[in-house]
Write a protein that binds this ligand. Structure first.
Ligand code: CAA
Ligand code: NAD
Length: 308
């Protein structure tokens, strides 16, 4: 598998906009990866979290992931080069819990917080009041409407979706989502920026799940239903899709990897909006596991146990 990392140092320049300073909000699974690949591409990153402990965990996760990237990128080079790559990348990431001061000189804000429209609205209202006019806003939402998220701001022309995939340092795709108000200049900046951080960009309208999740989430949900009916075991479903269809992970393994809370929030949101679409019905097993705090890989247990 090839890496989507680039050892180059430049900023994205389109028209008047030069993206050099990027603010990533949320340092969980996705935000820490987005911060990492942005810094790897030579840009300055400010990573915002809700408290110092979570911020430290995010920084530590980035360190571990950078170590894995460096091990591959510099496998035939002296260790000092790998060390320099890791340290230089880390030095470009600044952590903070103060969202208002973080955005004062931002060219681009990428939001990667919990999949909840009310919480995202609260954040974007604050951001819109605080960030300078030049700042472009993007959400990494998996399933919510970009137009609905942007509705609380006065910069819909400078708003869009930038949808990354987990694990961000490894997955080469970036979905760039336009809403009708997104200006051509903003769209071009997003596409240029995606390329600059090493991603292949595709464009999709603001429709539920965009391209990948519209196909992938119903597939994962059908796998859970297969298990709930007692048709096959968790392990056999995963083995079947890996060996029979060539997927790198089975669907239940993947649900654990994405996060069962995120998987549940996605289906819950779509079911509320489209109750007659049976593919979007919520899943009893996933709901139960989430209630028990079993969120998948990130909490140590989900369909599988990762604590051993
Ligand atoms: N950071 C850096 N490097 C990583 C990494 C990470 N987080 N994860 C894997 N790697 C690299 C490392 O070099 C690793 O080697 P080491 O273990 O020696 O460090 C190498 O990849 C191989 O990793 P693994 O042995 O763990 O396993 P793998 O070969 O199966 O690759 C995988 C891992 C890339 C995750 C692969 O299993 C895969 O592609 N899985 C499917 C992921 C997928 O479908 N993602 C999309 C989810 S949907 C989504 O994201 C959208 C949404 O909105 C929900
Ligand atoms: P996560 O639970 O791993 O991380 C979310 C982080 O956001 C947490 O660390 C939390 O402390 C932080 N946070 C919450 N409110 C905040 C605020 N107001 N300010 C700053 N930080 C805040 O979740 P995740 O999996 O990284 O998902 C984040 C977003 O990315 C969601 O919208 C999700 O749908 C989307 N997404 C997830 C995946 C995936 O595979 N997990 C893939 C693509 C997109």
């Amino acid at each position: 598998m090839s890496f989507s990392v680039l050892k180059r140092s430049f900023s994205t320049t389109v028209g008047k906009n030069a993206i050099k300073n990027v603010v990533v909000i949320g340092g969980g699974l996705m935000g820490s990866g987005i911060a990492q690949v942005t810094a790897q591409a030579g840009q300055n990153v400010t990573l915002v979290e809700v408290n110092g402990d979570i911020l430290k965990k995010a920084e530590s996760n980035i360190g571990v992931s950078l170590g894995r990237v460096a091990k591959k990128l510099f496998k035939d080079k002296p260790a000092s080069e790998a060390e320099k790559f890791v340290n230089d990348t880390k030095s470009r990431i600044k952590g903070t819990t103060d969202v208002k001061s973080a955005v004062t000189d931002a060219d681009l804000v990428v939001e990667a917080i919990i999949e909840n429209i009310d919480i995202k609205h609260k954040l974007f209202k604050t951001l819109d009041e605080t960030a300078p006019a030049k700042t472009l806003f993007a959400s990494n939402t998996s399933s919510l409407s970009i137009g609905e998220i942007a509705s609380v701001t006065n910069r819909k022309d400078r708003f869009g979706g930038l949808h990354f995939f987990n694990p961000v340092p490894m997955m080469r795709l970036l979905e760039v989502i336009r809403i009708p108000e997104t200006s051509d200049e903003t769209y071009k900046s997003f596409m240029e920026w995606g390329k600059a951080i090493g991603k292949t960009c595709v464009t999709c309208k603001d429709t539920p799940g965009f391209i990948v999740n519209r196909l992938l989430v119903p597939y994962m949900a059908e796998a859970v239903r297969l298990y709930e009916r007692g048709d096959a075991s968790v392990k056999d479903i995963d083995v079947a899709m890996k060996l029979g269809a060539g997927y790198p992970m089975g669907p239940l393994e993947l649900a654990d990897y994405v996060g069962l809370d995120t998987t549940h929030f996605i289906l819950q949101g779509w079911h509320k909006k489209m109750p007659s679409e049976k593919l979007f019905n919520t899943l009893k097993t996933v709901e139960k596991l989430v209630k028990e705090g079993k969120l998948g890989v990130k909490s140590g247990e989900g369909f599988y146990n990762y604590k051993k």
